[in-house]
Design a binder for this molecule. Structure first.
Ligand code: ZN
Length: 57
């Protein structure tokens, strides 16, 4: 189960994803969260790369 925390990116945010089946699912959930909570409608490629690098498998 993949997991991710916004705090891993240095964000002052308590959001976390737990129990996603893989990194792609984490990214989909994180993208929806970024849109609603961080006003990032289309995460830039470097942010996606950064998220992938901190996702726990
Ligand atoms: Zn967040």
């Amino acid at each position: 189960m993949a997991s991710f925390k916004c705090a891993d990116l240095g964000m002052a945010c308590g959001f976390e994803v737990k129990g996603a089946k893989d990194a792609n699912e984490v990214l989909a959930i994180a993208a929806a969260h970024a849109k609603t909570s961080h006003n990032i409608a289309n995460p830039p490629a470097d942010l996606v790369t950064k998220i992938r690098s901190v996702v726990k498998p």
